[in-house]
Design a protein. Structure first.
Length: 161
């Protein structure tokens, strides 16, 4: 099983969105559903206290159950449970290059790619939607993330078929 771990700064916006959206995309893929596992996402800085309400809104608009989304509790790479996730991950996907440099364990850092690199082969930072407190702008940023996730699904389908 190929294990994918998404990370971002505080694990309250981008990485939980990626975790939930990508898990759905994997489940919908006949090629990947039995080959890829999306683990719980994690933070590489100080974790937030809960998922951002606008991330909840973005996921609800995608058809996710609000109660289930709100159950997300930000992880952190140095908590015991998350250490196991990092050790077992085949790829650690972050949103910006800075996330790679916040990971101090060399074996984890070697597994790191940004979302844009995983999806397209080239780097482009994924902006932090948390900086957009306007709901529609926030959703717009999340839609960019969703497009990368859809591209990454295609890459994995080719690699793992």
């Amino acid at each position: 099983m190929y294990k994918v771990l998404f990370v971002c700064s505080q694990n309250m916006c981008r990485s939980p969105y990626c975790e939930m959206m990508f898990r759905r995309l994997v489940e919908e893929s006949p090629v990947l559903r039995d080959k890829v596992e999306v683990t719980r996402s994690s933070a590489v800085m100080t974790p937030g206290t809960s998922i951002d309400p606008l991330t909840v809104e973005a996921l609800v608009r995608e058809g996710f159950d609000k109660t289930q989304v709100e159950q997300h509790r930000p992880g952190f790479m140095y908590r015991k449970a998350d250490i196991k996730l990092f050790n077992e991950a085949d790829i650690v996907i972050g949103m910006t290059k800075s996330h790679k440099y916040m990971i101090f364990v060399p074996s984890w850092r070697r597994k790191f790619k940004t979302l844009s690199e995983a999806a397209t082969g080239s780097y482009k930072a994924v902006p932090d939607p948390w900086l957009q407190r306007d709901t529609e702008k926030y959703i717009g940023e999340m839609n960019k993330i969703k497009a990368y996730l859809e591209q990454y699904i295609k890459v994995l389908e080719e690699e793992l078929k």
